[in-house]
Design a protein. Structure first.
Ligand code: HEC
Ligand code: HEC
Ligand code: HEC
Length: 356
């Protein structure tokens, strides 16, 4: 079907095409092999979690090299089975007499096991030994707080499976848990009003120029997080009680904190075309909603009232306020604390508030 002139030209100019063909073939094979190695064999392959309909960009990419690395603190978790008879025998009678309120019903042996575990989880070797010691007194409240979180916030701490929390979820073997926070107040003394709460790199602004008071405003003071609606408010601005773009910055500050606390991005919970719409969210959005109320309760009902018990060096640097908790105090950068390890199954005494 080729034109006549081409056949004539071809006959008059014979060329050996096999040499170049082999060359092109070899080069093609090399490219294919290289592409295969890059795609299948390279160490930085990513995995992604689909959180919404395909094509809407609702997926959270993660490096597989991160995924295969277990949270290193999981190995340090003391289980009930690991507690030896020697360890139980080493608990003194004084400590055994010193039972926090809320644990009255358990046997001596069960309580001795719990004391061994609480000492390991908090890294305090003489916890519960002396009833007048401030750490022991704080531990009374901590037991009640842990029971309350496990019993009253099942929708959060068992949102997927039996997981729950124990002292180790926050403490990880340390008397002072990591990722606690204090009130900061104005962080920029050169400015007044709104400008004074932002533009300063702090851990609470997640090292951004966003406001540093988001945790205080939302996880202590019950501030309104939602800022968006579909009406025009041009005529009303600026006025009291109207959410402004400044409030939106604080909301973003909180959302940044939340994302970093869990090691996820925004579409883990939202459809990014409609951040405001609770009808276009993932189940994790609702888990966070419960988490916000739970953290407000942990701070206001349990941690803030402990203020008078701490030695001064444990209090906040600006307002001498009690240390507080938030999402990262439990999650430590993981989607689920301790990567979903069930910590409550074998410690029912920490799961139930005594009914009396
Ligand atoms: C007292 C410890 C604690 C605190 C504080 C806490 N969480 Fe959680 N959270 C948990 C536990 C435990 C789970 C695991 C539940 C499960 O997998 O069944 C969890 C699960 C979640 C999940 C579900 C993850 C998934 O894979 O489905 C989300 C989302 C979440 N938390 C968000 C938050 C946010 C946001 C905050 C702060 C406002 C917060 N959490 C504060 C303990 C905590
Ligand atoms: C939701 C997180 C959380 C859980 C769960 C938790 N704690 Fe705490 N705990 C804290 C925070 C925050 C502090 C204040 C840190 C400080 O003392 O500076 C604290 C402080 C303490 C202190 C005082 C430490 C010191 O030297 O100042 C003791 C003791 C303690 N906790 C024991 C326990 C025990 C025992 C449990 C389990 C029954 C427990 N905690 C569970 C968050 C938690
Ligand atoms: C773990 C789930 C979760 C993650 C991750 C998350 N959000 Fe949110 N977001 C929520 C929840 C829950 C609310 C509603 C809070 C409320 O109204 O009390 C919310 C509210 C908002 C709002 C306010 C919506 C309104 O009605 O005005 C904005 C804006 C927002 N998020 C943006 C973001 C951005 C940006 C990111 C990523 C940096 C992000 N969120 C990450 C759960 C999440």
């Amino acid at each position: 079907m080729l034109p006549k002139w081409f056949n004539t030209w071809n006959r008059d100019n014979p060329t050996n095409i096999y040499g170049p063909a082999i060359l092109v073939g070899a080069a093609g094979l090399a490219v294919t092999v290289a592409a295969f190695v890059v795609v299948v064999g390279q160490p930085y392959a990513t995995d992604s979690l689909q959180t919404g309909p395909r094509g809407t960009g609702m997926s959270v990419p993660e490096f597989e090299s991160d995924l295969s690395e277990a949270d290193p603190t999981i190995a340090g978790y003391l289980t009930r089975a690991q507690i030896s008879d020697d360890a139980i025998a080493s608990i003194s009678d004084e400590a055994l007499q010193n039972v926090p309120p809320g644990l009255g019903d358990i046997s001596d042996e069960q309580y001795a096991e719990l004391v061994v575990a609480m000492r390991a989880w908090t890294g305090i070797p003489d916890l519960m030994e002396d009833p007048d010691n401030y750490q022991t007194q704080i531990a009374y409240t901590m037991v009640g707080m842990t029971q309350s979180v496990n019993e009253n916030w099942i929708g959060h701490v068992q949102s997927n499976a039996e997981v729950g929390v124990t002292c180790y979820t926050c403490h990880r073997g340390q008397p002072v848990p990591s990722e606690i926070w204090f009130r900061l107040g104005p962080v920029n003394e050169a400015a007044e009003g709104w400008a004074a709460v932002q533009n300063r790199v702090t851990t609470q602004s997640q090292y951004t120029s966003l406001p540093s008071d988001a945790l205080e405003e939302y996880l202590l003071n019950y501030g309104q997080i939602g800022v968006h609606d579909l009406e025009s408010h041009v005529a009303e601005y600026p006025s009291e009680g109207i959410q402004t773009w400044q409030d939106a910055e604080r909301t973003y500050s909180l959302m940044n904190y939340v994302s970093n606390s869990l090691g996820v991005n925004c579409v883990f919970c939202h459809n990014s075309r409609a951040f405001y719409d609770p009808a276009q969210v993932t189940p994790q959005w609702a888990t966070e909603m419960l988490g916000i109320s739970m953290v407000q309760e942990i701070n206001n009902d349990w941690l803030v009232p402990l203020e008078g018990l701490y030695p001064p060096e444990r209090l906040g640097p600006v307002f001498a306020d009690a240390p507080k908790a938030a999402c990262k105090t439990c999650h430590k950068g993981y989607q689920q604390p301790l990567q979903g390890l069930n910590v409550i199954g074998e410690w029912p005494e920490l799961a139930l508030v005594e009914s009396d």
